[in-house]
Design a protein around this ligand. Structure first.
Ligand SMILES: CC(C)(COP(=O)(O)OP(=O)(O)OC[C@H]1O[C@@H](n2cnc3c(N)ncnc32)[C@H](O)[C@@H]1OP(=O)(O)O)[C@@H](O)C(=O)NCCC(=O)NCCS
Length: 183
């Protein structure tokens, strides 16, 4: 399977992408009918094991899960074996780099209340938009959880578990992630 073939699949599923999209290996991109998934110009998506020598444990996965979901990926963004999974919305600014195996999830996948979880009530799944600014650098194996807002120029440390609102130019690390310095 080559990337031209995959780009046809993206077009068929109404993924909007800009010029010079570079796919190294095959990502998994699922765009629910009615959802919005836009990818800017000069975006690189790494999905094969050695497409980033940090070593990728998975292909890049990009999912709009409901017909109301939105994902917007800016220009010059690089994504390495990451998951970007929206029920609500995820926005990623220009020039942001997303490190190997990072996961950006705007929802919990399952309700936290037992009754709703056992009954599989999708409407009870916690979901809040995620906004990642421009010129950010997201470290490998980090988790960006629902409701997170990262200002422009933020750096997220390797393995961080990020939840919350962070202003521009913060370096954030740890679990739970905290500001370790300002740039
Ligand atoms: C977050 C990061 C950028 C900080 O680098 P730095 O500014 O040079 O910071 P330092 O190495 O001086 O560390 C500063 C402090 O933060 C701590 N720290 C740094 N990175 C950390 C991390 N990922 N998790 C937890 N703590 C971290 C250090 O232990 C140090 O603590 P101390 O002040 O108590 O000694 C870097 O450590 C990092 O995680 N880089 C990401 C690498 C990566 O994933 N690249 C992408 C591959 S695809």
């Amino acid at each position: 399977m080559n990337s031209n073939w995959f780009k046809l699949v993206m077009k068929a599923t109404k993924v909007r992408y800009g010029k010079n999209l570079l796919l190294k290996g095959m990502p998994v991109i699922f765009n629910k009918s009615g959802a919005e998934l836009t990818i800017g110009n000069n975006v690189t998506i790494n999905s094969s094991f050695l497409s980033n020598l940090v070593g990728l444990y998975q292909r890049t996965i990009i999912v709009t899960r409901t017909s109301e979901s939105k994902i917007s990926i800016g220009n010059n963004v690089g994504i390495s074996g990451a998951t970007i999974y929206a029920r609500n919305s995820i926005s990623i600014g220009d020039n942001t780099l997303i490190g190997g195996n990072a996961k950006i999830m705007d929802n919990d996948f399952h309700p936290i209340e037992i009754e709703a979880r056992n009954a599989d009530i999708k409407e009870k799944i916690g979901a809040k938009p995620i906004t990642i600014g421009k010129n950010c650098f997201i470290g490998c194996n980090s988790l960006i959880l629902k409701g997170t807002i990262l200002g422009d120029g933020c750096v997220v440390g390797a393995g961080a578990v990020v939840s919350g609102v962070f202003e521009d130019n913060c370096v954030i690390a740890g679990n739970p992630a905290r500001v370790i310095k300002r740039l």
